[in-house]
Design a protein around this ligand. Sequence first.
Ligand SMILES: *Cc1c(COP(=O)(O)O)cnc(C)c1O
Length: 216
Amino acid sequence: MLHQILTTVEHHHARLVAVSKTHPVEKILQVYQEGQRVFGENRPQEMLDKHPALPADIQWHMIGHLQTNKVKYIAPFVAMIHSVDSLKLLQEIDRQAQKHNRIIDCLLQFHIAQEESKFGLDEAEAIQLMSSPEYAALKNVRICGVMGMATFSDNQQLVRQEFRQLKGIFDRLKVRFFAQNDHFKEISMGMSGDWEIALEEGSTLVRIGSLIFGSR
Ligand SMILES: *Cc1c(COP(=O)(O)O)cnc(C)c1O
């Protein structure tokens, strides 16, 4: 399955984040040995535990909701944080990144689904954040794009429309804030149930867990 996914992902000039949450290091190592280097986790503590037990050239992506008091656990090594949904969190990532003399790549998470429970900004909040002097003062974070989760639904039209909405947000933010910035290029969308739709709608990073690792 991994190779089938990779063929399609590469055809769309996107990248795969193999979501390894809840799976043991042995299973992650198997996927690593097939050539995969980007892995996603949704809990800081779990990422912190797995990181030293696995090869150092793995790029660890934090994809789950992140509390400010947990940023310090992953700041020394995390490659990208997909789930930035407040200025407060971004400021803490900046502070911790500075301690380790790093610049941490981040994505702004948007609420695009119909479900109430999903985290994320709306477009107006993101514009406010990007326009604020507090954001302008941050030196150790780099906003590389956007992330979102579609409604968990069999309604493909709904899912497609939500992905299209996220792509629209990306395009407008790009023009307004990042026109001269080559780093702002990522659209993280698509999971095991909807990754093919996401790629058709412009995803650059699909986050796939159960299709690769089996069910959790
Ligand atoms: C678990 C998770 C995924 C992967 O989900 P699958 O359905 O197993 O592919 C993707 N994104 C986020 C934010 C997740 O928490």
